[in-house]
Each structure stands twice: as C-alpha cells, then as structure tokens.
Design a protein around this ligand. Structure first.
Ligand code: C5P
Length: 405
C-alpha cells in the first residue's frame, strides 16, 4: 500500500468532472491515505462537500474567511501533506495558479504549498486547445508541477475530443509515484504471471488455479517505484496494470518464447507465473467425442522457463516462486540452487488465505547468502513490495559496478 501513513491534499475545482474526484478519494482512502479535500466555490455547485466528507472521514475545507475556518489553514494545508492532487483542474484554476493569484482557499493553499503537485486538467476541447491554457500549463510544469494530460472521448458539452478527466485509477497511479521513492528508476523488469493453458483439443485445455494476482501486484508496485516493466501473462481476468507493457500468452512454450525475447534487455526477471509442468503430447484437431469408458491422455514435460533463462543470466537478477504443499524450505532451497536463482519466494499453497487466488500471501524469502526471511500474512501488494525491497538495492549496486555507472 503505497499510501499507508501518507497524507494527500485533494483540490477540487468547478467542472462537471468534479464527481469523478469522489472516486479518487475512495481509492486513495482504500490504499491507506488520509485525504483532506479543499473545494472551490464552483466545485460546490457540482458536488456537495458532504460527499467528500463521507468518503474521506474529514471535514472539507472551502473558505478562506468566515465561520469554521482556521486562522492559518491556508499556509499549513499544502505543507503538512505528502502530495497534492488537483482533480479536476479547470482552465480558470490553471490560469490563477500560473499567475500566482490567491483569491480563495485553494489558490492560497497552493501559493504556500511546498509538496509535490499532480495537476489533472479537465475542460472543453476548445479550452484545452487554447494557447493561453497551454502556456499556463507549461509554466506550471516548468515550476515542477506534474501534469496528467486529459483523456480523449465524449465531453459533457457534446463534443468529442481531448479534455476528459483521466479515470480515477490513473490519477491514483500517477499520485502513487509522487509518494513512492523511485528506487527502481531506470531498471527494466520482466515479470510473469498467471496460469498457462495447454490445449488438448480445440475447446479443452489443462490449466491450474493461478489467477495472476501475485505477478500483477509485482508489476504494479515495480512500475510505481519507477521500473520499466514488461508483464508476460498467461490467461487472467485481471485488468492490465497502468503503464506496464503487457504481453499475453497461453501456453508454457509461448511464455518461454516471450520471456526469452524480453530477457536480454532486462535487468531482472521475476517469475511469478504458475507454469504448467506438462502438456498433452498431441493436440486433437477436432473436439474429442464422448463414448469411451476410459480415455488416456499422454502428457509430455514443458520446458522449465526459469531454468532455461537463468542458466544464461549473466549480471541479471532472477527471482522465482516455489508453491509447495510440504517441506517448504527444503524444496525452495533445492529450487534456488538447481535453477540458478538469486531469490526464491516460497509459499504454502494448501491454505485458503495464501497462494492461489487469495488476496493475501504468507511467504518466506530465501536467497543465496542471507538467512531465510519469513514474512507474516500480508496483501500480495505488500509481498510484492518486500520482494522489490530486496531487489532494488542489489540492482542499484550492479548498475554502480558497470563501466560508466
Ligand atoms: O519447479 P517449480 O514449478 O516448483 O518451480 C517454480 C518456479 O519455476 C516458478 O517461479 C515458476 O514460474 C517457474 N517455472 C518455470 N517453468 C516451468 C515450471 C515452473 O519457469 N515449466
């Protein structure tokens, strides 16, 4: 949870997209953030402060003067938080920020703010195309604001074009990067996830219970920490993490080809996929018919992807997973050595709160030199972060050792 223990100030200005800011608050709170909302007068024409108060669990700040205001709130608010998000940012607000005006609470807070700012413009497409808006945004970018460009699509005025507020998930991802140390910046990671499908006939296949949650969590958290991520995924119903290159595959052999293709340019491989160990020896061209009392399917072994690429890993770091139903540490230790890995993430899979399909996992990190690290039950995103905590300093050290590094 990138936002655990973090405070975020969300400024909402007066566009129709103000309703989407409610979902931004919900998601931030869900990720553990404390969210303080500041609304402009125009924003309050679109959405009631009560909506934000209910979602954030905190009073919404609206006014500079008058009853209920705190004397130095405008100075304190933008300094005591970890990041500021302005969503939606109207052309009017952008103009006032660029000019350095402070004629209401939000603009005054922004004049005194010292924390990183994510600005999410949303407006009519003609306003967005107006050179004065662009110049104002350029000025704010030059001052260090991060600007999330609007999406294209149907606009409230009936036009179709650029100007829509990006989806809340995208806003939260961009904000997550503001509050997350970029300790994987410049690192290229290949992550695998999900099950494989091994075809038996045109409609049937062999697979396993993997959903892809662990690998997708690793891809998402690595991207938040600044890595360039390629996610090679077997069939999964999960949404692609934002900002990650997704390479969909079905079988173990397709996954091997995709991993081999991307491994050369990578600094590390994290192999969280549950690769099918066997596939049917032959693929029936037509659907197998019922009728026989016994049907035998002959299986042949799939390539061990991890072993194949780790054998020629060079300076790359290679992380594997070991899903076990007994003798956890002994089995994981054996795989660590046999597959030439740098780290193996071992977990018991015969329990409901860990392993396949669960949102949580309880793992032991086993590396070559250090003693095993047994982690308590935690979310898969937290497990992903612990794996990346192990990886990041080692990748940085290797980069330092490189000529010119
Ligand atoms: O040997 P075992 O299947 O338990 O090893 C698990 C690790 O090896 C996982 O990281 C998995 O992604 C990887 N693996 C692989 N190719 C296979 C089987 C497993 O890369 N055919």
């Amino acid at each position: 949870m990138s936002f655990a223990g973090k405070q975020v100030l969300l400024g909402v200005s007066g566009g129709i997209a103000a309703y989407k800011a409610a979902e931004v608050v919900r998601r931030l709170v869900g990720e553990g953030a404390r969210v303080k909302v500041v609304m402009t007068a125009a924003a309050r024409e679109f959405v009631q402060p009560l909506t934000f108060e209910a979602l954030s669990g905190q009073p919404v700040a609206c006014r500079l003067f008058g009853p209920g205001t705190q004397p130095l709130e405008h100075v304190a608010l933008g300094q005591e938080v970890d990041a500021v998000i302005i969503a939606p940012a109207t052309a009017n607000l952008i103009g006032k920020l660029a000019a350095g005006l402070g004629d209401d609470l939000l603009t005054t807070v922004m004049l005194a703010a010292t924390r990183p700012v994510l600005l999410c413009p949303a407006m009519n497409d003609r306003m967005w195309d107006n050179p004065v808006v662009r110049e104002n945004l350029d000025r704010l970018s030059a001052r260090g604001y991060q600007v999330l460009p609007p999406a294209s699509g149907d606009l409230a005025c009936g036009a179709v074009g650029p100007g829509r507020l990006p989806e809340p998930e995208l806003i939260v991802e961009a904000a997550a990067r503001l509050v997350t140390p970029q300790d994987l910046a410049g690192a290229r990671l290949v992550v695998t996830a999900g099950p494989t499908h091994e075809d038996l006939d045109p409609v049937r296949f062999l697979t396993n219970r993997s959903t892809g949650k662990m690998g997708y969590a690793v891809a998402k958290m690595a991207r938040r920490r600044g890595a360039v991520v390629t996610l090679v995924t077997g069939p999964s119903s999960l949404a692609a993490p934002h900002g990650v290159e997704v390479v969909p595959v079905r079988s173990a052999r397709e996954m091997l080809a995709a991993v081999e293709k991307h491994f050369d340019a990578a600094d590390a491989l994290i192999m969280a996929a549950a690769v099918g160990d066997y596939r049917p020896e032959s693929l029936a061209e037509t659907k197998l018919k019922r009728g026989k009392d016994h049907l035998e399917v002959s299986l042949v072994q799939n390539p061990d992807i991890l072993k194949a690429v780790a054998a020629r890993k060079g300076r790359r770091l290679v992380v594997g997973f070991a899903a076990e139903t007994g003798a956890l540490l002994a089995e994981a230790g054996r795989k660590l050595r046999e597959k030439n890995l740098d780290l193996i993430v071992a977990n018991e899979v015969n329990r409901p709160d860990a392993g396949f399909a669960a949102d949580t996992n309880e793992v032991v990190l086993l590396s070559r030199q250090e003693p095993p690290v047994a982690l308590p039950l935690m979310s898969k995103e937290e497990v992903a972060d612990r794996i990346l905590d192990w990886l990041a300093p080692r990748l940085a050290a290797r980069r330092q050792e490189e000529p010119g590094g």
